[in-house]
Design a protein around this ligand. Structure first.
Ligand code: BTN
Length: 243
């Protein structure tokens, strides 16, 4: 039985679960789900905003037996693929935007924040934080390119059911990582990678340029073909995709 701890409000489900994870009695698969987060966190210290009650904001604890640090990006891909697969029944227009945002019709509808506890060469446990914009109608103007599943598809989803769907898929695809079925994960990841092999606009250090995403390496760095045909590798946070 999956343990779901439901809260009306917390600072951040990731922060709370990171504290709980230190206690061995909190079992793998446990979830903290909150209606509202006062200090929801996104990647690179950004704030994750979400209208209370309309969306999913939760964190899931995954304890690993022998997952190596070098499999970190494979784990991240598995989580993105798991969320994508839970949503594809609603619309075929979902994509994974490098490295791990979930897009629908070219707008961000879900974000993932994975925080790993590393001991030597191994990841002891991961706190997988997921924010899905599900039924929210209006977004603040300062949030660029965000939308919700409802706004993009007209489908209103029941949150508890969606949470269980996503958690089932996460367990399923994390098992693929453990069994080293890497190609299964990577195949889906690349099949749904947003703008793969299409011309896109990027920004780096204030400079705008065109490029084509040609792939993503095992460390999660993106390979972009530039206009002079050179292929350059960028890490997450180094460049921004404009469109
Ligand atoms: C991102 O795209 O920047 C990642 C967003 C992750 C947000 C989720 S909401 C639940 C969990 N708790 C947090 O504080 N953050 C993650």
């Amino acid at each position: 039985m999956r343990k779901i701890f439901k809260y009306d409000a917390v600072d951040s489900t990731n922060d709370l679960l990171l504290k709980w994870a230190e206690n061995e009695s909190i079992s793998s698969g446990s979830i903290i789900w909150a209606n509202n987060q006062y200090k929801g966190r996104g990647q690179f210290g950004r704030v994750w905003e979400s209208k209370p009650g309309d969306n999913l904001t939760f964190s899931m604890l995954i304890r690993h037996d022998s997952l190596q640090v070098m499999e970190q990006f494979m784990l991240s891909k598995a989580i993105s693929v798991a969320i994508l697969k839970s949503l594809l029944i609603i619309s075929p227009n979902f994509h994974i935007k490098w490295p791990n945002d979930i897009y629908l019709n070219g707008k961000k509808v879900a974000g993932i924040l994975i925080e790993n506890s590393i001991k030597g060469r191994y990841i002891g446990y991961s706190v997988v934080g997921v924010g899905v914009n599900v039924n929210q109608r209006k977004f603040s103007d300062h949030i660029v390119n965000a939308s919700s599943i409802y706004n993009e598809s007209g489908v209103e989803l029941e949150l508890h059911n969606l949470l269980n769907q996503i958690a089932d898929h996460i367990e399923f695809f994390v098992n693929y990582v453990y069994r080293q079925r890497y190609e299964k994960i990577t195949d889906v990841y690349l099949k749904y990678l947003y703008k793969l092999n299409e011309i896109s606009v990027f920004e780096k250090d204030g400079k705008i340029f065109n490029g084509i995403i040609r792939g993503v390496d095992e460390f999660g760095r993106v390979n972009i073909e530039l206009e002079d045909d050179e292929i350059v590798t960028f890490s997450n946070g180094e460049i921004k995709m404009k469109s």
